[in-house]
Design a protein around this ligand. Structure first.
Ligand code: SF4
Length: 345
């Protein structure tokens, strides 16, 4: 693929990165799959300044900052990890600091602008759903668009609220942390600026009111309510399949940020309290084959504590032989409290 490095639509902050990497002999670069095509540009740019630095590009998925390749860095004796596309993981439970290892996060902000008329169109959609105080959030790439959208909506008479949380940037959400949506009770809708449906769907499963997605490339506005109804039906069906389970497979993540001892503990306790059995299953990257290899009559249902999006986004379409739930869903089923859908924890 021919890529013009000068026209990359994301800010890779390569000057900052090379400054921070000065003196490093060996580094690991992590890129989400969608950004891997820019490897050559990154290699060229960094090598110009860091002629004596060995750069290893990780071929792994890098879906989030939960997947920081600390163990590989130790293995290679690397002095730094450059992690593109995310900010520091907000739900990290275990210590990430390893002596002499520097971790550099590069959010890769989108450098483009919204197509003309996008916010006007968004305003019309807000009027249609009678929303005056929308909560404004974005996935990290599009955070720089948030102030413009907020300002333009204000000029149109709306009272947008910037979603905030303690451990993420103002307005930021990630696929498993929607705490900004819970930061205020005043919002009567949520606007998510994101390139695909992934982040917006999570918002719709968290917030019970209307959720609109503004596409930063096309300016298209999508109302997520139908999508939410569809997914809620599927998830409730999956929860009902787990209702009579008496033994559980608790899937524990071994990627750094996906190891969640506190969540595992809560689930273990609830399972034991209900007089049921469990097995602890450790995995770095989960897929259907891995579960099928392990599956037996001894396990009735699974709960995935590593990444709560896996049961929905990866297993949600085809019915798997056994129910596979998120922590929030499993806890609701085990406690018999399913009236309110609990997402994701
Ligand atoms: S746990 Fe899943 S949703 Fe959360 S950051 Fe990691 S990959 Fe994304």
């Amino acid at each position: 693929m021919n890529i013009n490095c000068k026209e990359i639509p994301y800010d890779f902050e390569l000057e900052r990165v090379s400054n921070e990497l000065k003196g490093a002999k060996r580094v690991i670069v992590q890129l989400p799959d969608g950004l891997k095509k820019y490897t050559e540009c990154i290699q060229k740019s960094l090598s110009e300044v860091l002629a004596d630095t060995e750069i290893y590009f990780s071929m792994e998925g890098s879906f989030g900052a939960c997947d920081l390749r600390i163990f590989e860095a130790k293995l290679l004796g690397a002095q730094a990890i450059v992690h593109f596309g995310h900010t520091e993981y907000s739900l990290q439970e275990t210590v990430t600091e390893i002596e002499d290892l520097k971790v550099i996060f590069v959010p890769a902000y989108y450098k483009g602008h919204l197509p003309p008329g996008s916010v006007l169109n968004l305003g019309s959609n807000l009027k249609e759903i009678a929303s005056e105080k929308p909560l404004l959030v974005a996935s990290v790439q599009y955070l720089k668009l948030v102030p413009t959208v907020k300002e333009e909506l204000e000029k149109m008479g709306f009272k947008p609220i910037l979603g905030k949380s303690k451990k993420m940037l103002p307005g930021q959400i990630i696929g498993c942390d929607y705490s900004p949506l819970l930061s205020t009770k005043e919002a009567d809708s949520v606007i998510v600026i994101s390139g695909g449906i992934f982040h917006a769907l999570g918002a719709a499963l968290t917030f019970s009111g209307p959720v609109l997605r503004l596409d930063p490339y096309t300016g298209y506005v999508e109302d997520l309510r139908k999508e939410r109804d569809y997914w809620l039906k599927r998830r409730y069906a999956e929860m009902m399949r787990a209702k009579n389970a008496t033994s559980w497979g608790i899937i524990v993540g071994s990627l750094l940020g996906q190891y969640r001892p506190s969540i595992v503990e809560i689930i273990r306790k609830e399972i034991s309290k209900a007089g049921m059995r469990y097995y602890l299953l450790l995995v770095s990257t989960l897929n259907k084959e891995r579960i099928l290899n392990f599956d037996s009559d001894a396990i009735d249902a699974y709960v995935v504590t590593s990444c709560p999006r896996i049961p929905i986004d990866d297993f949600g379409i085809d019915t798997f032989p056994k129910p596979i739930l998120t922590p929030g869903e499993a806890l609701s089923v085990i406690k018999g409290k399913t009236e309110v859908y609990r997402f994701p924890w």
